[in-house]
Ligand binder design. Structure first.
Ligand SMILES: Cc1cc2nc3c(=O)[nH]c(=O)nc-3n(C[C@H](O)[C@H](O)[C@H](O)COP(=O)(O)OP(=O)(O)OC[C@H]3O[C@@H](n4cnc5c(N)ncnc54)[C@H](O)[C@@H]3O)c2cc1C
Length: 446
């Protein structure tokens, strides 16, 4: 098949604004390939799997059924597919995560062994990790200056989808079949859904974002993270629209996207920070092993309604509101004294938008061990957080049905409700304990 190339889709499940796909199309026929890697599939929980399977079906439909899905180790599968169609080049958007970087280097070597090449173009970010630097060339360790230089750096305009693509026809194993997950509610999936969701937010809710984004019961946040995670839409598309608006909410939204870029940059420079504390002095923090209280946290049965609502929202939908992510993470680390890595693993398994960089550094931020950390001594009080951000308890009632009929005055501190537990720990006591443990870490520093 002369003039055939391979486009290896990974976390860029879209046709529009996909420079690598455009480049692939320039040499003629394209094999659109997705490799279902058992390592990554094995780590994903039911929501992630269901989402990915649905997104692959959407991508396949937009390719007129031409998507080639193969199962196996990409190091073998990608060169095999390239050899099947005698493609000299495999096009792809670069992956900047620790696993993806190593995998891509190995795939590149395997291709080179048969005289083929891997041709990365673009990334899941507006600015590729590693590009934004301090004047002395060092990476940023703090978000605000990163954000300013990132904005000055700028990014290219989005590109169109291929205008007249020809997809090669090749055997496909098809998108994976996923057992239906009882009770799991996924949002609409795929590139068209992502673009529609963005247009709806941009046109109807963006201007209220600055105020609305902190209220989990409201529809104030954009819910774009899962689409961004799977590359069903590229952040450049969002940023191009934001550039047309001169409002406080548009600025705030752009700054939120910059957090995603910042964390990817930090992880790129410090890949080990997906596992260990970025601030090494925090390695001295004494944690409790995950036990019964950890299991209660996972099930959403802590007796703290806002925590339980968040954990149950994640179980039911593969999503959780940002404010509530911070509250449940703080509860695990500072009320239950369990190391952030345990909670982060649960999030990665359950979240449809589970993204190593945003997740691990979101957890490290809460734990105080990350870049630009929240001061450790600022311990979230789950009850007052509930009062502040879910004042009438609508979010709690939505996700904790046992509390649906509890009067608003008691919704954040319900007692004696049938089927709902009493608080598993005393927040005031655990707060003191967390601060004492922190004090021991800082004492070692002095
Ligand atoms: C403990 C913890 C774990 C997290 N894990 C993830 C994760 O696995 N995947 C993920 O995408 N986000 C994660 N976040 C960040 C944030 O909670 C989600 O991006 C956000 O809730 C997604 O909802 P949204 O799209 O409605 O957000 P919006 O408020 O509408 O924000 C718009 C976009 O900005 C980006 N963004 C916003 N806040 C953050 C942030 N703090 N860090 C990085 N990007 C941000 C996201 O891409 C988001 O879609 C985590 C946060 C915490 C505190």
């Amino acid at each position: 098949m002369p003039g055939t190339s391979v486009m290896w889709f990974r976390r860029d499940l879209r046709l529009a604004d996909n420079p690598a796909l455009l480049e692939a199309g320039q040499s003629g026929e394209v094999v659109p390939l997705f490799v279902l890697d058992p390592v990554l599939w094995g780590r994903a929980g039911p929501a992630r799997r269901a989402y990915l399977a649905a997104s692959l079906r959407e991508l396949d439909a937009s390719l007129g059924g031409a998507l080639v899905v193969r199962r196996g180790d990409p190091v073998h599968v990608v060169p095999e597919v390239a050899a099947e169609v005698s493609a000299p080049t495999v096009h792809l958007a670069a992956d900047f995560g620790p696993y993806g970087r190593v995998r891509d280097a190995r795939v590149g070597e395997a291709l080179a062994a048969s005289g083929r090449e891997l041709s990365p173009l673009g990334s899941p970010y507006a600015v590729a990790p590693g590009r934004v630097r301090k004047p002395d060339g060092e990476p940023f360790r703090v978000y605000s200056p990163f954000q300013r230089v990132w904005l000055e750096h700028g990014w290219r305009a989005p590109v169109d989808p291929p205008s007249d693509p020809t997809w090669a026809s090749l055997r496909s194993d098809g998108p994976p079949d996923v057992e239906p997950v009882p009770g799991l509610e996924l949002p609409p999936v795929g590139e068209q859904a992502a673009r529609a969701a963005w247009a709806d937010f941009r046109d109807h809710r963006l201007e209220g974002y600055r105020e609305g984004r902190n209220l989990p019961a409201s529809n104030g946040a954009s819910q774009m993270s899962t689409y961004l995670r799977w590359g069903e839409i590229h952040p450049r598309t969002l940023l191009a629209d934001l550039a047309q608006r001169d409002s406080a909410s548009a600025t705030t939204y752009r700054k939120e996207l910059a957090w995603r870029e910042f964390y990817a940059d930090v992880l790129w420079h410090r890949p080990e920070s997906a596992r260990v504390e970025l601030r090494s002095d925090f390695e001295a923090m004494v944690h409790d092993p995950p036990g019964e209280t950890f299991e209660a946290w996972k099930r959403g049965m802590t007796g703290y309604p806002i925590v339980d609502a968040g954990m149950r929202q994640m179980l039911a939908t593969g999503r959780m509101h940002n404010r509530v992510r911070m509250i449940v993470a703080s509860f695990l680390v500072k009320d239950l004294h369990v190391a952030w890595q345990h909670g982060a693993r649960v999030f990665m398994e359950r979240l449809a938008d589970g993204d190593l960089a945003s997740n691990m550094h979101g957890w490290q931020w809460v734990a105080g061990s990350g870049t630009d950390p929240a001061p450790y001594f600022r311990v979230f009080n789950p009850t007052t957080q509930g009062h502040k951000f879910d004042p009438d308890g609508a979010y709690i009632r939505r996700w904790v049905p046992e509390l649906a009929d509890v009067p608003t005055e008691q919704i954040h501190e319900p007692r004696g409700v049938e089927g709902y537990p009493e608080p598993i720990v005393d927040h005031a006591a655990e707060r003191k304990e967390a601060l004492a443990r922190y004090e021991r870490v800082t004492a070692r520093r002095r």
